[in-house]
Design a binder for this molecule. Structure first.
Ligand code: EPZ
Length: 421
């Protein structure tokens, strides 16, 4: 089990190039199943999750050619529509193959993803919506057995009871090949969904309402080949901006955007961080250590609200802010597992239900801590960057699922990180 050793106390100075978004690359790879022609994706992050989904697609008969941060997926000869437990349990986003397989091949056998550390994460909304499109779905022995009508899925008026990124993506993909028109009301509108819709349109899909919570999709006979470049990872961008806020220093961010971080930017500015977009599109983030790091209350919300995927990271910043702040996690029922680990480093945090009261302390102390999920592990690393002394983060395989070359990117800016196998 790899560990990461961090010597705290070094400000970050230098450049960070942001990778393509994991949570866009995964649905885009699933969307390749909607066409029998080749889908070329670039600006793809080199991550475990991408490899897991590649393995799943290859199990089905996909021929995948890997390039430097790119893949070419040839699904002209799909021989199976099974997504087995041993792969799905490692990467729950595999459930995103359900909609495409049903729409294109009329059947799918997909292992239930099961919960994960942050919550039960059911897929009831995915299943209910596909049934409204005519699918017959049976769940037994931990698998989803799905069949489309022989004439194919039919367009339907879907209304999601709550915002769901995955359910919106699954139905959006299924609807592109359904007979007739599908509307999705209360659709999630994360930038990764916009990215997926834009790629589907390039493949020949008919989609209106992109970026809104009402999507209208008119089914077409088939989708074609295209080349698509994955958007920058807004969660990676936000994570490293918070790192600068904590360690002090100045970092130039390359290959990313500001417009998809509209909820984080005001929080960082209120905390005393300067964020400037340079003429060449790069973004300069500066923290003047002489200015106080102000505490700001946080409530996670579906996009464009504050992203739940940045909650653990902003909490790490609040542990050393001036004053107290309340962090309200409204999306997942168990996304505070970083709290006891941060407390081991001297953080003062009190959990009350889905809220955490964080009282800023003067300094954190290095300690041995345990990563539990992707974003919790990176929040412990952020804490280690500023803690007094050495921090060891165990089980950092969680990290490798979502952050490409983290040690290299932070190390190039002066952070002292060493991976211990
Ligand atoms: C996506 O997960 C992301 N994963 C998550 O990122 C992210 O935290 C989440 O959206 C919320 O933004 C990918 O895109 C691969 P949801 P997803 O469906 O689609 C409940 C990371 O760190 N729900 O929007 O699974 C669910 O339990 C990961 O990169 C149902 O009840 O999230 C949750 O409470 C973690 N029934 C809420 O909705 C359903 O059928 C939002 O889940 C579906 C969801």
């Amino acid at each position: 089990m790899d560990k990461l050793k961090i010597e705290g106390g070094y400000p970050l100075k230098g450049e960070i190039t942001i990778s393509g978004a994991k949570n866009s690359a995964l649905p885009l790879m699933a969307a390749s199943l909607l066409s029998s022609e080749i889908l070329n994706l670039d600006n793809l992050p080199d991550l475990m999750d991408i490899n897991s989904l590649s393995e799943l697609l290859e199990n089905m008969g996909s021929k995948i050619t890997k390039g430097q941060n790119s893949i070419s997926v040839d699904n002209s000869d799909i021989s199976s529509t099974l997504a087995p437990y041993d792969i799905v349990r490692k990467m729950r986003a595999s459930v995103l193959v359900l909609g495409p397989l049903l729409a294109k091949y009329g059947s799918a056998t997909v292992s239930l993803p099961g919960g994960c550390a942050i919550g039960t994460r059911p897929v009831d909304m995915h299943i209910n919506a596909l049934e409204e499109m005519g699918a017959s779905i049976e769940i037994k022995e931990g698998y989803i057995y799905a069949k489309a009508p022989k004439e194919g899925l039919r367009g339907a008026e879907i209304v999601f009871p709550q915002k769901s990124v995955g359910a919106t993506e699954n139905i959006l993909m299924a609807a592109t090949l359904a007979n007739g028109t599908t509307t999705i009301a209360n659709a999630a509108k994360e930038p990764e969904i916009e990215d997926l819709a834009k790629c589907l349109i390039q493949m020949g899909a008919k989609i209106e309402g992109i970026g809104t919570d009402l999507l209208t999709i008119t089914g077409v006979k088939n989708l074609k080949s295209t080349n698509y470049s994955v958007i920058a990872d807004r969660i990676e961008t936000g994570t490293y901006m918070i790192a600068v806020a904590m360690t002090g220093g100045e970092v130039i961010f390359k290959n990313t955007r500001l417009d998809f971080l509209s909820a984080l930017l005001p929080i960082l500015k209120m905390a005393g961080i300067d964020i400037v977009e340079l003429k060449n599109g790069d973004i300069k983030v500066t923290r003047n250590k002489n200015k106080p790091l102000n505490a700001v209350d946080i409530t996670t919300k579906p996009y464009p609200g504050f992203p739940t995927d940045l909650q653990a990271q902003i909490m790490a910043m609040l542990t050393i802010a001036d004053g107290a702040a309340v962090v309200d996690e409204t999306i997942f029922e168990n996304r505070f597992m970083h709290v006891p680990e941060l407390a081991r480093m001297g953080a003062d945090i009190t959990i009350k239900g889905s809220s955490a009261l964080v009282r800023g302390v003067k300094e954190l102390k290095g300690a041995e801590v345990m990563a539990t999920d992707l974003r919790a592990s990176v929040s412990l690393i952020l804490a280690g960057l500023v803690a007094n002394g050495t921090t060891i983060v165990n089980r950092i395989y969680h990290l490798d699922r979502g952050y490409e070359k983290l040690e290299e990117k932070l190390g190039a800016c002066g952070a002292k990180l060493t991976r211990i196998s």
